[in-house]
Design a binder for this molecule. Sequence first.
Ligand SMILES: NC(=O)c1ccc[n+]([C@@H]2O[C@H](COP(=O)([O-])OP(=O)(O)OC[C@H]3O[C@@H](n4cnc5c(N)ncnc54)[C@H](O)[C@@H]3O)[C@@H](O)[C@H]2O)c1
Ligand SMILES: [Zn+2]
Length: 372
Amino acid sequence: MTRRPESGPEPAVAPSVTGMRVLVTGGAGFIGSQVVEALLAHGHEPVVLDALLPSAHPAPPPPRPGERRIVADVRDRTAVDAALRGVHAVCHQAAMVGLGKDFADAPDYVGCNDLGTAVLLAAMAAAGVRKLVLAGSMVVYGEGRYSCARHGVVRPGPRAVAELDAGRFEPRCPDCGAELRPGMVGEDAPTDPRNVYAATKLTQEHLAASWARATGGRAVALRYHNVYGPGMPRDTPYAGVASFFRSALARGESPTVYEDGGQRRDFVHVRDVATANVVALEALPDRPAGALTAYNTGSGVPHTVGEMARTLAAACGGPAPVVTGEYRLGDVRHITASSHRIAEDLGWRAATGFAAGMTEFAREGMRAAPAG
Ligand SMILES: NC(=O)c1ccc[n+]([C@@H]2O[C@H](COP(=O)([O-])OP(=O)(O)OC[C@H]3O[C@@H](n4cnc5c(N)ncnc54)[C@H](O)[C@@H]3O)[C@@H](O)[C@H]2O)c1
Ligand SMILES: [Zn+2]
């Protein structure tokens, strides 16, 4: 069956959730390519639009069998208009990721991530496409959630250099100076983007919410936690810490762990994130019209960076991690989100456990390591 593109107001009867044609921006990327796989596995028809940024793709990956790929920038309105033909929903993964090298990168981040999102949303508004899943990020929260035994939930300021130099890494209560207990951040926590990338990710959400209000569209932002798994970029300035550790192990070196290794994160497997995108796309007809709903998308089980380094080292049979006590100003100590809401509303839960996922990830890295 071919389906006409939606135009005008949302049909009264929600279309069947099978056989959607979905535009996946950034569909050649680490997460986007897994979203494409998951869409195919669920009987949908992905169309990829990706600029194949050199920073993300030292060597651009070939399209998967059956994949329709348009090589274009999301800021190219003509290309986006063409890509949207016959499309029922958009899964917007395209973005410049990571922290960049310095502030000079700011215009590129804002261009790709925010101007790009605005162009895409304007094209969707014109084409009558009313369904959007946006790749969000936990970085919009800044620091994690903390509580003091005496003062309850508090918001600690940035950690002082003198404290960090002395190896005291835990944030302290702004009222009494006591060490704080980390907790789980909910979606309603105040946002506090602390770098350009984080600011652009939050702006994407605001733009998508404005688009939903203006068009009656339905939008979900999946605020991913630290995503890892097959195809994770290696050795680029944008690679995550899991990838750095794995590259060190592949060279036969110890992974070097900053601070005392006690930083808590939530590592979520890329296949689980891909499934979350499909689940969200299929659930969009039941989401409120004219609004964006944000969902934390993590494994739900926090682990420390030190634990991750040890697990990867053991899986590779490599040398044990070295904890250096070094730190990077601006790193957050703990950030772990509660992924309850997405489980309640959409029925999604991560399926890949930490030990199994990290072991698979480590072994993939060893197999792909260059000889010598
Ligand atoms: N990797 C993580 O841990 C993580 C965590 C939170 C959020 N995210 C978000 O997930 C999404 C995917 O990230 P990823 O880790 O797969 O990164 P990635 O760099 O592997 O993929 C991003 C893709 O988008 C493309 N792209 C970038 N700018 C574009 C533009 N202007 N026009 C067209 N294509 C463009 C790139 O070529 C790349 O293929 C991003 O929106 C990112 O912000 C990732
Ligand atoms: Zn206190």
